[in-house]
Design a binder for this molecule. Structure first.
Ligand SMILES: Cc1ncc(COP(=O)(O)O)c(C=O)c1O
Length: 391
């Protein structure tokens, strides 16, 4: 008999609902996919060229564990320019293998079994997986009735003596919500009072609409920088999901410890991808801003159609997702998504993929061409009309 694998933690871990649902979608020819979690445009040309040149110039070896210093300097300047935040390139930044590794590294650096992490939900499933792997206690806070924003009262109610970390993800996946500076200030007050850490996942910070420019960061609020861990990267902002470059920016005290976790797991991200990320954050930054404008137009087309169909949803002001309320149909999110997929060839992500609090919703991505959104809305409209007729 071969010995069992890690049953306690790993074999019990579920694959994400997004992946499982995508396997069904792949078997339906002609399905329109509003399931995508990445930008449909190519990586900007100068960014690509920088990566290609790096290979040609033999930048093909290990970089320092914390990442290429030129990239860390670019990240430091970026944070200074957009948030007036000062992070030392040498001691306060780690370049990671995407935002995913950044989250996992921080969880493993901070959390011990039975520590509590507060996660507003519905949420990005990565927090749940990494949280379970640390054997900490995940405390989900249901934000469905507060426009998917964590409120000060909800936060205060969720805190116990075991709470160590609060995860904030605004602009939010899967709901497109963001928090204003004054909303962040109120949360910060509570976080400081209870002496907690915050991981702020700002992967979508540049994809914001309605003239917001860039989403505010809780790290900018007085007294928060030393207890905040910024997680960000170029995956979403520069259409670079495959390059695998993210980063952590936080205090030297946390970086010193996190660097060990990161070093043993990955050593460093790919050297040529790090060079490309420098261009993405500097000379190609206008491309990021262009993408935001394009996505705003797509958001508007989607939102107008959903209004015409008479559906309930939270109008997204960031990221590229709309969380559609399906409670009127009396179906769970998986059944609704299967119905749309098999009967109308429209793929949307069941909200249950984003924790149990997402089950009255499905996630629609607008990271697709306008024409595709228009066709998708025709299919959704037909599906909704037939479900309404049956009632
Ligand atoms: C909120 C959020 N954080 C982190 C990630 C992971 O980003 P990356 O692809 O850089 O690992 C994603 C990807 O979908 C995300 O939506």
């Amino acid at each position: 008999m071969v010995k069992p694998l890690n049953q306690n933690v790993v074999t019990n871990l579920q694959r994400t609902g997004i992946r499982r649902f995508n396997e069904l979608v792949a078997k339906v020819p002609g399905a329109i996919k509003l399931t995508v979690g990445e930008i449909d445009l190519p990586t900007p040309p100068n960014t690509k060229l920088r990566g290609i040149n790096a290979i040609t110039e033999n930048v093909t070896k290990y970089t320092p564990n914390a990442g290429d210093l030129e990239l860390r300097s670019a990240i430091s300047e970026y944070l200074e320019q957009h948030y007036q935040l000062n992070y030392s390139a040498k001691n306060e930044i780690i370049v990671t293998v995407g935002g995913s590794e950044a989250i996992d590294t921080i969880f493993r650096t901070l959390l011990e079994p039975n520590d509590e992490i507060i996660i507003p939900a519905p949420c990005f499933p990565g927090y749940l997986g990494s949280g379970i792997l640390t054997q900490s206690n995940i405390v989900l806070v249901d934000t469905c009735s507060s426009e998917f924003k964590l409120t000060p009262q909800q936060l205060e109610d969720a805190i116990t003596p075991s709470t160590k970390l609060v995860v904030l993800n605004y602009p939010n996946n899967p709901t497109g919500s963001i928090l204003t500076v004054s909303e962040l200030e109120k949360l910060a007050e509570i976080i400081i009072k209870h002496d907690l850490y915050v991981l702020t996942d700002e992967m979508y910070a540049t994809l914001v609409y309605d003239d917001i420019g860039i989403a505010p960061s809780i790290a900018s609020i007085q007294g928060m920088k030393e207890r905040t861990i910024i997680v960000n990267g170029v995956s979403k902002s520069s259409s670079m999901t495959g390059w695998r470059v993210g980063y952590i920016a936080t205090s030297e005290k946390i970086v010193e410890q996190a660097l060990k976790v990161h070093q043993y797991a990955v050593a460093s991200p790919a050297s040529m991808a790090q060079k490309a990320a420098i261009t993405a954050l500097t000379t190609d930054f206008p491309e990021t801003q262009k993408m935001a404008l394009l996505f705003e137009r797509r958001r508007d087309i989607l939102v107008n159609s959903l209004n015409e169909i008479g559906l309930k949803f939270n109008r997204p002001v960031g990221a590229f997702y709309c969380f559609l309320d399906i409670s009127e149909f009396g179906m769970d999110s998986w059944s609704f998504a299967e119905k749309m997929l098999y009967d109308y060839k429209l793929a949307v992500v069941p909200g249950s993929s984003f924790s149990k609090y997402g089950d009255n919703f499905v996630r629609l991505s607008f990271a697709v061409d306008e024409q595709i959104i228009v066709e998708a809305m025709k299919r959704l409209s037909a599906g909704v009309a037939s479900l309404r007729k049956k009632k």
